[in-house]
Design a protein around this ligand. Structure first.
Ligand SMILES: [Cu+2]
Length: 355
């Protein structure tokens, strides 16, 4: 995963908002009140007037006042992208042992800041959520040492990879569990035809261990790069809906999510990975997505969409041509995963296209 936004600061986001005007950002998120007012009939029929007046005056009793709600929405937006400790999904360094790429993963519980000032005990690979990005090329031999410092046994499943059964990481089905304090060495060759966006995650008490953070991206590059579309930037978005940050993208919840950035005219590759327990239809405002691969496999015919439903375990790879400058909302369209009366939260980020 490449976070080319790491130098991106709140200040530059505020600057962009300034350029576009906050109204510009707001209009990307939904119709504003004046638009709605314009759509209402100028002279409603007389028998409707009383009812209309009554409904305008009576807000739902469990909702804050309009001004209070607007203040909360604006405050959250102004914090974005909020700085938090810890950044997951960064490339994992390896050492060569002969012709084998050797990676090290340590499973451990750490305090993880998923929203500004909000910490949880995360179950992690190498202390980060998502775990570091393991990356290699078709045909490579890889060895991964897994050390378990958790209070529970675990096992690591290499989700999407074709490998010998004994390396599949399912305790009591293909291997003994990795006990607390224990370790296990996985070793296999990445097969040709198995390139693309894959994952690794716990396969023991997994509804707890994975949603608490034991997950990460495993990217297999094709041996022949010409078999995949060219792009200028790439982002991996790992979706999760567990205790760590609730609805999260790469281990963070809005406003601590990282925006994606591009310069006008660039093509960006986005890899989606759903490690959660629910579906998440991801919706990008402003520009369509061209879906070209599912679960690593090239589609016979790429297709375009603006909302892509991603089920647990699925990965999709899409291209976005950054043609429209501005700050574009980018969020899960199950709206209760993204926005409440307090403002945006959870699975929300933005694509910022610089002119
Ligand atoms: Cu969702």
């Amino acid at each position: 995963m490449e976070f080319r936004t790491s130098s991106f600061t709140r200040r530059s986001f505020a600057g962009l908002l300034g350029l576009a005007g906050l109204g510009g950002a707001a209009s990307a998120l939904g119709p504003n009140t004046s638009t709605k007012a314009n759509q209402e009939p100028a002279s409603p029929p007389a028998h409707d007037m009383e009812m209309g007046a009554a409904s305008a005056a009576t807000a739902p009793s469990d909702q804050p006042s309009a001004d209070e709600m607007d203040r909360m929405h604006e405050a959250g937006m102004r914090l974005f992208p909020a700085r938090t400790e810890g950044l997951g999904g960064q490339p994992l360094a390896y050492e060569m042992d002969g012709d084998v790429k050797v990676f090290q993963l340590t499973c451990k519980v750490v305090k993880w800041e998923f929203e500004p000032g909000k910490f949880m005990d995360a179950w992690t690979y190498n202390g980060v959520v998502p775990g570091p990005e393991i990356r290699a090329t078709e045909g490579d031999k890889v060895r991964i040492y897994v050390k378990n410092e958790l209070p529970q046994s675990t096992g690591v499943h290499w989700h999407g990879l074709m490998l010998p059964n004994s390396m599949d990481g399912v305790p009591f089905m293909t291997q003994p569990p990795i006990k607390p304090g224990g370790s296990f060495t996985y070793e296999f060759q990445l097969r040709e035809g198995n390139a693309g966006a894959h994952m690794y995650h716990a396969h023991h008490n997994s509804a707890f261990q994975v949603t608490n953070g034991l997950l990460g991206p495993f990217i297999v590059d094709p041996k022949d790069r010409s078999t995949r579309p060219k792009h200028d930037r790439e982002y991996t978005l790992v979706l999760n809906d567990g205790p760590i940050g609730g609805f999260s993208i790469n281990g963070k919840s809005f406003p601590a999510t990282h925006p994606l950035t591009a310069k006008k005219g660039e093509t960006i590759l986005i890899r989606y990975m759903n490690e959660g327990l629910m579906i998440h239809p991801m919706h990008l405002h402003g520009m369509p997505m061209t879906v070209f691969a599912q679960d690593g496999y090239m589609l016979p015919q790429p297709y375009m969409c603006d909302t892509l439903n991603i089920a647990p375990g699925q990965r999709f790879e899409v291209l976005v041509h950054a043609t429209e400058p501005g700050t574009w909302a980018f969020h899960c369209h199950i709206l209760s995963h993204a926005e409440s009366e307090h403002g945006m939260f959870g699975m929300v980020t933005a694509l910022i296209v610089e002119p």
